[in-house]
Design a protein around this ligand. Structure first.
Ligand SMILES: [Zn+2]
Length: 367
């Protein structure tokens, strides 16, 4: 099956400040992707769809009423009582309370619902503000308040998909999505993530429950990632024979991210996503983590470039270079900002040996 014209789902809401100072997500990500795409001339009006926030009734399809109410109340009052903070993990350093939080989190869910609705009609849909894969039904977790990938999956199931495959390339285990569907035989989840890193789950696969995990050692390189694609991911796609695909493409697996040691190039990831899209299923591509604003912006802008069939320039336009030069990030020292992050879109490859630990992961994943 070939796909109809692709869509980019976004909202101006993501230009508003969020998370507050001293939080790893207090960086420009989504606005920068949109700005860069505009400078490249890669996003036309027909491809862009403004998302709508999910309604309370929609949120309750996965999240508990008590949690949604608590978040709404905290958002309205700007305060979280200690027992509420403890119970729902909101108003913490990890998941801070900030103005507009509820609308923003609901918008991300609404965006993923819209994405799966459009994908069900044959479009490939890119929703880079999605990918809040740690959110729990009854609490916030890992910078995620709701879990929008869960809603993309649920929407596919409602739109007549019998079987959905969720593939997660974020550096962290996609624990919230895995747990949400652990008992649902219609959904298979696969997560490639760095071992021994928060949330410390995803250490093994449970094929009988449709749960696959590839916890990789530090400094995963492009050759190893390609090996895993070839030996684990693509064979699983064949085996599962799903009729819809949700991809979580957190940018924290890229070389240069301050919260992981993975050393992937954006080209290796674009190639992997291309191959998954080429399977021909209704496909939603979400974002996720990513704490280096330069690598995040280039990865997701380039992702849309690949999805929408653009020709990549060797060097970015001058306006884009000045824009990237003006970006800031507290977690990255000025001298560590690479010139290529400012002037190019595609990384040079990061090849390397395929270590034995990677080879043995394949056998483990087969159960
Ligand atoms: Zn992550």
């Amino acid at each position: 099956m070939s796909h109809a014209a692709p869509f980019y789902i976004g909202s101006e809401i993501y230009r508003k400040p969020a998370f507050g100072l001293n939080h790893p997500l207090n960086i420009v990500r989504h606005a920068a992707v949109l700005d860069l795409l505009q400078m490249l001339g890669w996003l036309d009006e027909n491809s862009f769809r403004e998302s709508q926030p999910a309604s309370i009734d929609q949120l309750l399809e996965f999240h508990s009423r008590a949690y949604v109410r608590a978040l709404q109340y905290a958002n309205a009052t700007g305060n979280v009582a200690p027992d509420i903070r403890e119970r729902y993990q909101v108003g913490t350093f990890e998941n801070p309370l900030f103005p507009g939080l509820f609308e923003r989190a609901s918008m991300t869910v609404g965006g993923s619902i819209l994405s799966a609705e459009l994908a069900s009609k044959g479009h490939v849909v890119f929703h880079p503000t999605g990918g809040t894969h740690h959110g729990r039904s009854d609490r916030a977790s890992g910078f995620c308040y709701f879990n929008d990938p869960v809603f993309a999956v649920l929407t596919f199931l409602r739109e007549d998909s019998q079987s959905v495959l969720y593939v997660d390339f974020d550096a962290h285990h996609g624990d919230g999505v895995e747990d949400a569907f652990a008992d649902d035989e219609r959904v298979t989840t696969l997560s490639i993530h760095e071992a021994k890193r928060w949330p410390f789950s995803g250490t093994r696969s449970r094929p009988e429950a449709g749960i696959y995990n590839l916890p990789v050692p530090q400094r995963l390189n492009d050759s190893e990632f390609e090996f895993l694609m070839e030996e684990a991911v693509l064979p699983l796609v064949q085996k599962v024979d799903a009729d819809a695909l949700v991809l979580c493409c957190g940018a924290d697996c890229l070389a240069g991210d301050p919260l992981s040691t993975m050393e992937l190039s954006n080209v290796a990831l674009w190639d992997a996503v291309d191959r998954l899209i080429d399977v021909g299923l209704p496909t939603v591509v979400l974002g996720g983590g990513g704490y280096n604003p330069w690598t995040v912006t280039r990865y997701w802008a380039g992702m849309w470039g690949r999805i929408s069939g653009q020709t990549f320039p060797d060097r970015l336009p001058a306006e884009a270079i000045s824009y990237l030069r003006a970006m800031e990030c507290d977690l990255i020292d000025d001298e560590d900002v690479q010139e290529a992050w400012l002037t190019t879109l595609a990384d040079s490859p990061y090849p390397g040996p395929v270590r034995d630990e990677i080879r043995s992961l394949i056998r483990q994943a087969e159960g």
